[in-house]
Design a protein around this ligand. Structure first.
Ligand code: FES
Length: 132
């Protein structure tokens, strides 16, 4: 079964979705990771009236635990992983970026301050099954 078949399921559309990891490692200060300001993010998203435009999800493990404090941004067929967020200013930049997207009505480029946190999650050229 192809993952690209037409899907009859419909839902409200958003510009994008931000998944903030709060899994087995991210935000776990008892394991030496910086805190994730979850309550602040949720209240800030509501205060800025963003939930129906850039959906915020607090998620379980997103996979790249070694990057610590991971954020996944989904839009269209694209995904941007960020890792290593360790200051409240990083999450503020994320909220400001989402607000800019809302005001522009489209996904705008990430702010320069978040670019150093981009991480490559997948190999560039997947190896076909059976290839040596
Ligand atoms: S706990 Fe965040 S990526 Fe695994």
């Amino acid at each position: 079964m192809s993952v690209h078949t037409a899907c009859p399921v419909t839902t409200r559309k958003t510009l994008g979705q931000v998944l903030v990891c709060l899994g087995c490692c991210c935000g776990r200060t008892d394991k030496g990771h910086p805190p994730v300001p979850v309550d602040w993010l949720k209240s800030e998203w509501k205060r800025r009236m963003l939930p129906k435009k850039i959906h915020l999800s607090i998620s379980g493990c997103l996979g790249p635990c070694d990057a610590s404090n991971v954020v996944l941004i989904l839009y269209g067929q694209e995904a941007i992983f960020l890792g290593g967020l360790h200051e409240e200013t990083h999450y503020l930049a994320l909220a400001d970026w989402a607000t800019d997207c809302d005001h522009q009505g489209c996904l705008v480029p990430l702010p320069e301050s978040l670019e150093p946190f981009r991480l490559e999650r997948f190999v560039d050229e997947p190896v076909a099954a059976g290839a040596a």
